[in-house]
Design a protein around this ligand. Structure first.
Ligand SMILES: Cc1cc2nc3c(=O)[nH]c(=O)nc-3n(C[C@H](O)[C@H](O)[C@H](O)COP(=O)(O)OP(=O)(O)OC[C@H]3O[C@@H](n4cnc5c(N)ncnc54)[C@H](O)[C@@H]3O)c2cc1C
Ligand SMILES: NC(=O)c1ccc[n+]([C@@H]2O[C@H](COP(=O)([O-])OP(=O)(O)OC[C@H]3O[C@@H](n4cnc5c(N)ncnc54)[C@H](O)[C@@H]3O)[C@@H](O)[C@H]2O)c1
Length: 496
């Protein structure tokens, strides 16, 4: 039974991972819930993002490993004639998408969430209209006490770049792995660019990065980016240009006519080169997918397309006031464009709806780039932490450890890597952690959970990990951190 006078307690617009997380939790909390999807279930992550990209990375990673004769020889192994089937790898990704899309849909049906189809937009803050063809809203109307916008994002393509989805494409078409261009230029060296460079080079393509910022991997902690460059870029068939914008990209014809890319210097704004390559992937970020929601009816003005929200993900009107009953989560609010951030925000909104105060700490949300080896982090870079420390008047210190000191990594002969912790030596508060190395994506959670639970290094310094495990990399960080308040010896297990 929904709240008085409404069809539902909660309607969610968009069935991506954010919408899914909110729907499952709402049903568990006893809220009568519906989710409206204008396209296929699962959104970006399942259909055009995390899921197919990780399937490609898994297969390409195996190819890279098995072709790495040097590494295998050190383990006493010889493998001859490694080959792969491009279509087979593409099929693996597509099969996984189908499986996870089915699981996601059934999991919502299983807890009684109503699935409505068609594009949705607002009539008012408690009413949506849905069911028309994309871009139109002509179907039925439904009311709810609460409405969550979870409409996600689409690839951002800078002006001047012509997409033909064959020789010039974004991740949407790239994930289909229709062909393996001998030489591919990737515009943007963020998450998507890096992960695709890992896939392409493992499968034999050469890569050139075009990056607008003065350095590649500009979002990473500088020290980690330098090491990542030494391992992920320099030894591979990858080169790069930095401080250059791709200002004009013209598609080609595979095997006949090259793609041309006009490069403009970011400082002088002058065209400095025209590159010719076989293909070009555009990985220059993503734009919120909020058009068509009829946000005017709520007096909401988007900011570069993002829906303005407060710390609880409640939507704000043009005067900055909370619009009662309307929430926005995931890529559409732009707080942190990651799948698990979207779903955590969704759960948090539901908690607030049922009267349990909740605010997501985005500095405790981990992130990872699934290259081989992986990069992971939580919180701030050292550069950001220094800036904050200066502004807020505290000190920061860093502590580092190498995977070369870890027995498990050495046993695997994969000891190229480092971990770094950024903390306040007085309070033991952790502001950020960065890990580059084998299974970094899994290792970061211990630290992100600790930050979320507001644990300090005084709580963690002498915790124990099994030996030999990669987790001892994190143990090394905790033990190596210098605490000005002395050693927390009372935390040691009592002697027997
Ligand atoms: C190549 C790639 C790899 C990625 N890899 C990772 C990764 O490894 N880890 C990670 O954490 N993140 C990853 N991401 C990011 C992740 O996919 C997104 O952060 C996440 O999908 C955002 O979830 P969301 O629920 O906000 O939106 P989405 O997943 O985009 O879902 C939004 C849904 O809303 C629907 N919709 C939009 N408008 C309407 C409307 N008006 N009416 C009805 N329905 C509507 C859309 O059709 C869509 O299904 C990746 C992204 C890409 C592109
Ligand atoms: N493993 C993961 O969690 C994962 C994987 C893929 C994508 N994602 C998400 O998807 C989103 C999009 O990823 P992305 O890699 O496209 O974006 P990004 O923001 O990570 O990187 C974009 C890069 O492109 C550069 N750039 C922008 N315009 C340019 C231009 N005209 N010429 C040259 N360089 C230009 C930027 O300086 C930046 O380095 C990210 O926000 C990320 O959160 C996450």
């Amino acid at each position: 039974m929904a709240a008085a006078n409404y069809d539902y307690d909660l309607i969610i617009i968009g069935a991506g991972v954010g919408g899914h997380g909110a729907a499952i939790h709402a049903a568990e909390c006893g809220l009568k819930t519906a989710i409206v999807e204008g396209d296929v279930m699962g959104g970006t992550c399942v259909n055009r993002g995390c899921v197919p990209s990780k399937a490609l990375l898994a297969a390409a990673g195996r190819v890279r490993d098995m072709k790495n004769a040097d590494h295998l020889k050190h383990l006493g192994i010889t493998v001859d004639n490694v080959s792969f089937d491009r279509q087979g790898i593409a099929d693996h990704a597509e099969d996984l998408v189908q499986t996870i899309r089915g699981n996601l849909t059934r999991s919502m049906e299983g807890v009684g969430v109503d699935i409505l189809t068609g594009n949705a937009g607002f009539v008012d803050n408690h009413t949506i209209s849905y069911g028309g063809a994309p871009g139109t809203i002509t179907g039925g109307k439904k009311t709810a006490k609460h409405i969550i916008i979870a409409t996600g994002s689409k690839p951002f393509v800078p002006p001047g770049i012509e997409i033909d989805n064959k020789t010039v494409f974004t991740s949407d078409a790239g994930l289909k792995l229709d062909w393996l261009p001998p030489w591919v230029a990737i515009i943007g060296s963020g998450y998507i660019g890096l992960e695709f460079s890992d896939v392409y080079t493992a499968l034999g393509s050469d890569v050139t990065f075009i990056e607008a910022m003065p350095m590649i991997m500009p979002g990473f902690d500088r020290e980690i980016a330098k090491l990542a460059e030494r391992v992920l870029i320099s030894p591979r068939n990858i080169d790069y240009v930095t401080n250059k914008f791709a200002t004009k990209v013209t598609p080609g014809i595979p095997g006949e006519k090259p793609v041309t890319i006009e490069l403009t210097d970011a400082t002088t704004k002058e065209v400095v080169d025209v590159m010719e390559v076989d293909a070009c992937m555009v990985a220059t970020g993503r734009s919120p997918y909020t058009a068509g929601l009829n946000l005017d009816n709520l007096k909401v003005e988007t900011q570069r397309g993002f829906v303005p929200t407060n710390e609880k993900c409640q939507v704000l009107d043009t005067d900055g006031n909370v619009i009662e009953g309307v929430w926005c989560i995931g890529d559409a609010n732009g707080k942190l464009m990651l799948a698990h951030a979207a779903s955590t925000q969704g759960i948090s909104c539901v908690e607030n709806m049922v009267g349990r105060e909740n605010v997501v700490n985005h500095e405790a949300i981990p992130a990872a780039c699934f290259t081989h080896p992986e990069v992971s982090f939580v919180g701030l870079t050292e550069e950001q932490a220094k800036e904050r420390a200066e502004k807020e008047g505290f000190t920061i210190a860093t502590c580092k450890t190498s995977f070369k000191a870890n027995s498990k990594a050495l046993a695997e002969k994969e000891a190229e890597g480092m971990a770094k912790l950024i903390y306040d030596p007085k309070t033991g508060k952790m502001y950020g952690a960065w890990i580059f190395g084998l299974h970094a994506a899994d290792l970061v959670h211990e630290i992100s959970n600790a930050i979320n639970n507001e644990q300090t290094l005084y709580d963690l310094k002498f915790t124990t990990k099994a030996h030999p495990t990669l987790s001892e990399v994190v143990e090394e960080l905790y033990r190596g951190a210098h605490l000005e308040g002395g050693m927390p010896s009372q935390k040691l297990a009592p002697a027997r």
